[in-house]
Design a protein around this ligand. Sequence first.
Ligand SMILES: *Cc1c(COP(=O)(O)O)cnc(C)c1O
Length: 338
Amino acid sequence: MYKYLREEIKNLKAYRVNEMEYKVKLDANEGIDWMDGLNRYPLDRSDELREKLAKNLHKRAQELLLGNGSSELIELMMKAYLEAGETVVSISPTFSMYRIFTIIHKGRYEEYPLDGMERIDVDRFIEFVDEKNAKLVVLCNPNNPTGSLIPKEDILRIISSVDAMVVLDEAYIEFSDYPSGDDTGEFKNLVVLRTFSKGMALAGIRLGYMIGHEEIIGYINRVRSPYNVNVLTQSVGIKALEGEGTTKKNIEMIKSERCRMKNELEKMGFKPLDSQANFLFFPGEMGLGNSLAEKGILIRSFGGELEGFYRLTIGTPLENDAVLKAIEEVQNERSKLK
Ligand SMILES: *Cc1c(COP(=O)(O)O)cnc(C)c1O
C-alpha cells in the first residue's frame, strides 16, 4: 500500500530492462559466448518462470515477484517500507532472520510471545501491533522453529485489523493441512512469501517468490536489484514446476514420517509440539545436540531463551531411524553415568 511506503521510494521509478527481440544484441556490454549461452544476463523479472508459476497458483504474473530465496524478499519488504527507527513486530519464538534484517535496516524489532509456544492471542496481538505503532508485521505460518500453524481465520483477522504491512512467510505451507490456503486474496497490506527451498526441496538453487497485490509488487520492483534471479536458477525452477508430482509424493512421505517420529520421540520420553512443518521441536536434556553431533548426527540446538530446545528436520525413513538410534544411544550412555 502506498501510504506505508518509505518516502524516498514514493518518488523512485523501477529500473526497466529492455527485453526486445533482436538479431544482434550489443546493448548490455555482455561478452562472447563460451559456456552454454551464459554470457547473457537473465530475464530481469524471470518472465517465463513467473508466468508458469502464476498459472499454477491461479494468479496473474503481475501479482508475483521472484527472489534469490525468500530471504531476499523479506529484506526487499524492509527496503521498501521501513524507515530508520520504525518498528517491525513478530511473534516469539520465530525465524531469527526477521530480527537480523530489521536491525540491518535500522528498525526496531518487537516480539509478541506465543502462549505455550504454540497459540497466539489474536486480540492482544492486534493491540500489541497498535501500541508499538508497527510499520511491518511478520508472521511465519507454519512457524519456524515451533511448527505450529496459526488458523486461517486468525490470520485474516490480523491482516484486516492492523494498520501496517503484513508479511506472511509461508515457507513450510506445503507440509501443513492447508497447503493451498491462498484465499488471502486482495488485501492491499499483505504479501505472502513462499520458497522452493523446503517443500520443493531445492534449497540449493535459491529461489523464492512473493505473492501480492499488483500495486505492491510494483513498489517492490523499485527496490529490487536487476537480474536478481540468475539464469541457472530460472531454468531449474521451470523444470521443477514440471516435476511437481515427485515433490508431492515426497511431501506425503515427510508428513507420514513426521507422525512416526513424533510417536517414537514420545515413546522415548520427549514432548514434541504438534508440527505442521517438516520438523519437530522439543525440549531435551542439555547437551543432547552436542552428544548427537559427536556421532555425526546433526540436529538444531538453540541458545538464549530457547536453551535446551531442539529442532529435528524430518528426513528419509533411513535417516530418521539413524537419528532415533543415536538418541537412544545417548540416553543409554547418560543413564550409565548416573
Ligand atoms: C527456510 C525458511 C525460509 C526460506 O528461505 P530461502 O531464502 O527461500 O531459502 C524462509 N522463512 C523461513 C521461516 C524459513 O524457515
